[in-house]
Write a protein that binds this ligand. Structure first.
Ligand code: ADP
Ligand code: MG
Length: 664
C-alpha cells in the first residue's frame, strides 16, 4: 500500500502536521471523518428569531465601512439585499476582504441574527451565492497550520489516487445482504455529501463496518480464550493470603471481598483469567488488584501492573510499596522516563526473577522486556487500551492471567457486548465515610458566584481544578481560550495563589511536572483543557469547575467529579453551561456512577459523542457504542457468524483481521 507522503500535495510539512493529529497512513487519512457538517441552507429572514445562527446569501448593497481599533482589531459594516429583505452585516477582522466586497457582489454570510437591530454579526463571509439546494460542508478536526480546506483536499486526493486499495472490512455477503455501497463510494460520500439522505445512508454503512471489524476481533479473542486448560496451574497458600488481608488497615467492603474471591478462583482455575474489574472512582479497586498480585506472588509468579500514564504508575507504585512494607516482596517501577541504566537493571532482574512485581506504563509491553515467569497482568483504566493492546499483553511470553480495571461504569448489558470476551466483577458499594460531592449547575453569567466559591475553598487552604471551555475547531483556539481563562483566574486570584495549565498537546514530561506541583500544593488552581489525568489522587483538592459541561457525557462528568472528594473535607463540583441543564441536573441529584451511566445511555444525547471522543473511552472513528447500539448488535452477530464459518477461513479479509489482532 502506498504511504501518506505519496499522496500528491502532501509534502514533509503537511506530513508532520498530519502526524501531529495521529494521521500516519492513507487509511488514517481517509477515515479522518468530519466531526460535523455545516449545512448552508438559505434562511428566510422573516421567519428567523432573534439570536438564531443563520446562513443567508445576497448582494452587497452598500460599500463596506471599515473601522480600525487598537491592537489590529477591525470591523466592517455593509448592507445586504437578500431574497427575504435587506439586512445589515457586521464582521470583525476581515479588512482584507474589503476590496472584494464591491457593490453588487454576491456573498454568503453565516452568523448570529439580531432581530431588533436587523443585523447579522457574521463569523464567516464567503464569496458567491447559494443554490436552492442545501450545501453540506464537512468540518474536520484540524491543527495549527492545517486548515479545514487542506484536510479536505488531501483526503480527496488520497481517495482519487488510492481509493480502490483501501480495505473494506465488510465481507461481500454482508455488503450484499444490506445493499451497502462499496468502501470507496462510501468514503467519497462521507467527505463530500450531496444530500443529507445519502450522508445518513453511508454513515450507517461505515459505522457498521467499524463495529464489524471491532466485534470480529472481540469474538476471536473470546474464542481463543475459551480454549480449555490454557492457563497456569498453581496453588495459593490461603493462610498466608488471609494473614496478609487481615493486616490491611481498613475493612474491605462486601463487593471488594466478592471481587477478591472471584479473582482468586480464576487464578486457581486451569483456565486463563480474563476479567474486567469495574467500579466507580474511589470504590477501591486498587486494593483488590494488589491482593490479586499478592496471591499470584504466593503461588510463585511475577505480576505486572500497567497504568495509562506515568503519573498514575508512580502513584500506584508508591501505594504498593506502602502496602507491602512489612514483606520482602521486591517491587519495581518502569516508565518511559526511567534512566537507561535503571532500565537495563530492571530488564535483568525481571528476566532472572529477582523482581516480583513491576508497575509501569506502556514501557512494560515493549519488546525488550522479558519476564522470568509472568503469572498476572493487570491494566488500570482499561478503556484507554484498545483491542490491540489487550491482545499484545496476552501474547507476551507465557500466557498469564489478565485483569482489567475500569472506572467507567458500563451498564451490564453493554459490558457484556463490548467486553464479551471477559468476565466481569463489579464493585458498587463505596468505602464507608465517603461524603457526597455537592454539585451545582451554573450559567455562564453566574461566574461571579463561582469565583466566590472558589475563593472560599482556597481560603481554607484547599485546591481547585478547572476544566477549560472546549473549542472544537482547532487546537490553536483551544489554547487561546485556556490562556485567556488563565489570565482571568490570575486577575482574580493571582496575587495570592499559584495557577497553572496542563493541556493535551503538552509533552508528558512537562505535564507531569505541573501535576506533581499540584499534588504538592505548590500550585493551587490547575486549569486543564480536557480530561487529563482521570485517576490522579490529590485529597486536598476540594473543588472542580467544569466549563461547557454540556459537551461531556454524564459518565465523563462523573469521572471528572471523582477527582475531588478524596479527602475528609466536603467537596464541590460546579458544572457551567447555558444549555442542556435538564440533563446536567441529574448530576446534582445522583452520585452513583452506575445509575448515571444508565441515564447517560438512555439519553443518548449528541453531547456524548464529544465526551466520548475527548476521554478516549473507545477508539472508534465514527461509531458510538451508545448511539449505535443496534448496529453494534447486528455487527456482533454477523461477525461471529463470519468467524465461525469454516468456508471463509481462506478469505483474505479474515486473514487481515486476525493479523491485525496479532500485530497489535
Ligand atoms: P479506585 O477504585 O478509584 O481505584 P482506589 O483503589 O484508589 O479507588 O481507592 C480510593 C481510596 O479508598 C484509597 O485511598 C484506598 O486506600 C481507600 N479504600 C479502598 N478500600 C477501602 C475500604 N474498604 N475502606 C476504606 N477505605 C478504602
Ligand atoms: Mg484507580
Amino acid at each position: 500500500m502506498a504511504e501518506l507522503k505519496d499522496v500528491k500535495g502532501i509534502g514533509p510539512k503537511a506530513l508532520s502536521l498530519l502526524n501531529k493529529i495521529n494521521i500516519y497512513t492513507i487509511n488514517d487519512l481517509v477515515t479522518h471523518y468530519p466531526f460535523r457538517y455545516n449545512v448552508l441552507q438559505r434562511c428566510d429572514l422573516t421567519k428567523a428569531n432573534d439570536g438564531d445562527k443563520i446562513t443567508i446569501d445576497g448582494k452587497v448593497e452598500s460599500m463596506p465601512i471599515l473601522m480600525r481599533f487598537k491592537a489590529g482589531l477591525n470591523k466592517m459594516n455593509f448592507r445586504l439585499v437578500t431574497q427575504s429583505g435587506i439586512v445589515g452585516v457586521s464582521i470583525f477582522n476581515r479588512a482584507f476582504m474589503k476590496s472584494q466586497l464591491m457593490v453588487g457582489t454576491g456573498v454568503t454570510v453565516v452568523g448570529k441574527f439580531d432581530k431588533t437591530k436587523n443585523v447579522i454579526t457574521a463569523n464567516d463571509i464567503k464569496l458567491g451565492i447559494l443554490t436552492n439546494q442545501a450545501k453540506i460542508e464537512p468540518v474536520y478536526h484540524c491543527t495549527n497550520g492545517l486548515t479545514n480546506k487542506n484536510m479536505s483536499t488531501y483526503i480527496n486526493m488520497a481517495l482519487l489516487m488510492y481509493g480502490k486499495e483501501i480495505i473494506d472490512y465488510i465481507p461481500e455477503v454482508y455488503r450484499e445482504k444490506y445493499n451497502f455501497v462499496n468502501k470507496k463510494t462510501a468514503l467519497n460520500i462521507i467527505h463530500n455529501p450531496s444530500t443529507k439522505e445519502k450522508l445518513k445512508e453511508v454513515t450507517i454503512r461505515l459505522k457498521y463496518e467499524e463495529l464489524f471489524a471491532f466485534m470480529f476481533k472481540i469474538n476471536y479473542l473470546k474464542k481463543e480464550n475459551k480454549k480449555k486448560n490454557s492457563g497456569l496451574v498453581r496453588t495459593i497458600d490461603k493462610n498466608k493470603l488471609d494473614k496478609f488481608i487481615k493486616k490491611i488497615p481498613f475493612k474491605l467492603t462486601t463487593d471488594q471481598l466478592k471481587a477478591v474471591d472471584e479473582i482468586i478462583s480464576d487464578l486457581e482455575s486451569p483456565n486463563r483469567m480474563n476479567r474486567l474489574l469495574q467500579g466507580d472512582v474511589g470504590s477501591g479497586k486498587t486494593v483488590v488488584a494488589f491482593i490479586g498480585m499478592v496471591a499470584n506472588y504466593l503461588s510463585g509468579y511475577q505480576s505486572a501492573l500497567m497504568a495509562p500514564t506515568e503519573i498514575l504508575a508512580i502513584q500506584h507504585y508508591n501505594n504498593l510499596v506502602e502496602f507491602l512494607k512489612d514483606t520482602d516482596i521486591k517491587v519495581a517501577l518502569l516508565t518511559g522516563s526511567t534512566s537507561k541504566k535503571d532500565k537495563n537493571e530492571i530488564y535483568k532482574e525481571l528476566k532472572d526473577g529477582t523482581i516480583d512485581m513491576i508497575i509501569g506504563t506502556h514501557a512494560l509491553i515493549q519488546d525488550e522486556v522479558e519476564y522470568n515467569n509472568l503469572g498476572l497482568v493487570i491494566t488500570d483504566e482499561q478503556h484507554r487500551f484498545g483491542v490491540h493492546q489487550r491482545a499484545n499483553l496476552q501474547n507476551k511470553g507465557i500466557r498469564p492471567d489478565v485483569l482489567f480495571m475500569s472506572a467507567t461504569p458500563i451498564p451490564r448489558t453493554y459490558a457484556l457486548t463490548i467486553f464479551g470476551d471477559m468476565d466481569v466483577s463489579t464493585i458498587k458499594e463505596r468505602p464507608k465515610g465517603r461524603q457526597k460531592i455537592d454539585t451545582f449547575v451554573k450559567k455562564n453569567n453566574e461566574i461571579k458566584d463561582v469565583l466566590q466559591m472558589m475563593y472560599n475553598e482556597l481560603k481554607l487552604g484547599h485546591q481547585v481544578y478547572v476544566i477549560a471551555p472546549l473549542i472544537e475547531e482547532n487546537e490553536n483556539s483551544d489554547l487561546t481560550n485556556v490562556n485567556e481563562l488563565k489570565d482571568q483566574m490570575k486577575l482574580a486570584f493571582g496575587s495570592k495563589y499559584k495557577i497553572d495549565i496542563v493541556h493535551g498537546k503538552m509533552a508528558s514530561g512537562a505535564k507531569d511536572i505541573i501535576m506533581n506541583q499540584f499534588k504538592n500544593n505548590e500550585v493551587q488552581i490547575l486549569i486543564s483543557t480536557t480530561v487529563v489525568e482521570v485517576g490522579v489522587d490529590v485529597p486536598n483538592a476540594t473543588m472542580i469547575v467544569i466549563f461547557d459541561a454540556d459537551r461531556f457525557g454524564l459518565s465523563t462528568l462523573h469521572q471528572l467529579r471523582g477527582r475531588v472528594g478524596r479527602g475528609s473535607s466536603k467537596s464541590k463540583c460546579i458544572l457551567i453551561s447555558d444549555s442542556d441543564t435538564e440533563r446536567l441536573k441529574i448530576m446534582e441529584k445522583e452520585d452513583d456512577g452506575f445509575i448515571i451511566s444508565e441515564e447517560d445511555f438512555k439519553l443518548r444525547g449528541q453531547g456524548d459523542l464529544f465526551g466520548t471522543k475527548q476521554s478516549g473511552d473507545m477508539t472508534f472513528n465514527i461509531a458510538s457504542i451508545k448511539n449505535d447500539y443496534k448496529i453494534l448488535l447486528q455487527a456482533k452477530k454477523d461477525s461471529n457468524e463470519y468467524l465461525l464459518n469454516k468456508e471463509t477461513d481462506k478469505d483474505d479479509l479474515k486473514k487481515v483481521l486476525i493479523n491485525e489482532i496479532a500485530e497489535g
